[in-house]
Ligand binder design. Structure first.
Ligand SMILES: [Mg+2]
Length: 219
């Protein structure tokens, strides 16, 4: 049983950019974000919005992999993970995105992590086909992977649980942990601020590790 668990979003949290927004900007027509806008308006699930955006990608795999590399994975990730693990922290990725690009980026960085993400394959020439994960206690219709369920599982296993994220879909999971262990930027920071909920801002993912380690290990 771990002493402490950090549950982290991937796109925009471990990386500087989200895959879906880079793909929309570089590979897709101007109306590419219509599904995202439908999700924000409550007319489409988060999962369906991403799946639809990804389903329109037509490009050689090498071009899409170059885009994945440009998502800007925090170069301090591997070192920060080592320091967190040495202090008793387990780190788990909970993403409503697609494991096709997440695992490639983590592999390229030499990082091994438990990842909860929606499965997907890149067909020759496109598209990226993202599927719902097989039903489990960690899945839901809205986002595929249920980040709140991943955090609740961590809370059942460890005395200290932290969460880090940047998106609207991170809000339910973020609210499950105390404000001092709730790390946010971007849309998540805005949504928490609107609700008067506290959080700790971060610039890059490795900042989170530094803040947790300053807390004094897992004590
Ligand atoms: Mg994100």
């Amino acid at each position: 049983m771990p002493d402490a668990v950090l549950v982290s979003d991937f796109d925009g949290t471990m990386t500087a950019e989200d895959f879906y927004s880079l793909a929309a900007a570089r590979l897709l027509p101007p109306d590419a974000l219509a599904p995202w806008n439908a999700y924000r308006a409550g007319r489409m699930t988060h999962f369906a919005a991403l799946r639809t955006i990804f389903s329109r990608i037509r490009a050689p795999e090498s071009e899409v992999l170059a885009l994945v590399a440009d998502m800007g994975l925090d170069p301090g990730l591997a070192g920060a993970l080592s320091r967190l693990r040495a202090a008793g922290w387990e780190v788990v990725v909970a993403s409503a995105g697609c494991d096709w690009y997440i695992r490639r980026l983590l592999d390229a960085a030499g990082v091994r992590l438990e990842v909860h993400a929606n499965p997907g394959v890149y067909r020759p020439g496109g598209p990226l086909v993202m599927d719902a994960p097989p039903p489990s206690p960690f899945t839901c219709d809205e986002t595929g992977v249920d980040k709140g369920a991943v955090v609740r599982d961590a809370l059942s296993r460890a005395g200290k649980v932290a969460f880090a994220g940047d998106g609207f879909a991170d809000l339910p999971a973020a609210l499950l942990v105390p404000a001092g262990r709730r790390f946010a930027r971007g849309d998540l920071a805005g949504a928490l601020g609107e609700r008067g909920e506290g959080f700790r801002p971060f610039a890059v993912w490795s900042d989170i590790a530094a803040m947790l380690l300053e807390e004094g290990g897992t004590s």
